[in-house]
Design a protein around this ligand. Structure first.
Ligand code: ZN
Length: 196
């Protein structure tokens, strides 16, 4: 079995190593109702997709360090200067200026609440979250947007006070490194790899 593709950047260019397309032999599809006659073939295909985070990279890097970054418009000319966005927005939607990254971990620990939620008993392909998935829309005082995330402990209720948890052991560098638990949850109740 070949090595999955890996990437790093040097001198402003991608450096690739390993296989980015992996071909597995096809298998026949046969019809049991017609004396096992051939109906077609399966075409197994594996590929490694190179997904660049661009200006959002600091947000994902910070999660693995136990920090929640938001972004803020600091443009003096902007009518809505000082607005904080969570999820992280690279540019201000009002003046289109470049936002500044702001560490809002403490703010999230103090005043995050469930705005609304949904519990999903089923999920799509490649889902790795435990089911049922408790999706929560998290609101923060002083932040003009609402974050979609997931609850790892307990059952969600509208208005419930939450605190963030971070996958600081073996982070995946994806949004799954951030989750939430009800305020007052003990460290021993956190999923493996997560900390406050
Ligand atoms: Zn602005």
């Amino acid at each position: 079995m070949s090595m999955f593709g890996q990437v790093y950047v040097k001198n402003g260019r991608y450096k690739l190593k390993g296989d980015f397309h992996h071909l597995t032999p096809n298998t026949p599809i046969k019809n049991a109702d017609r004396s096992w006659k051939l109906m077609g073939v399966t075409n197994p295909r594996d590929m490694t997709y190179i997904h660049t985070y661009g200006g959002e990279a600091p947000f994902f890097e910070a999660l693995g360090e136990g920090k929640l970054l938001g972004s803020r418009c600091d443009n003096k000319e902007c009518e809505f200067k000082g607005t904080i966005y969570q999820p992280f927005r690279i540019h201000c939607p009002d003046c289109l200026g470049r936002n500044s990254a702001v560490d809002m971990t403490e703010q999230a620990r103090k005043n995050a609440r469930i705005h609304t939620f949904m519990v999903c008993e089923r999920s799509g392909a490649f889902n790795i979250l435990d089911k049922p998935i408790k999706f929560v829309n998290v609101e923060f005082e002083g932040v003009s947007t609402i974050l979609m995330s997931y609850l790892s402990v307990g059952d969600p209720e509208i208005g419930m006070k939450l605190v963030p948890i971070f996958r600081t052991t073996n982070p995946t560098y994806t949004i799954l490194d951030l989750s939430w638990v009800p305020d007052g949850t003990g460290e021993e109740q956190l999923p493996e790899g997560f900390s406050f």
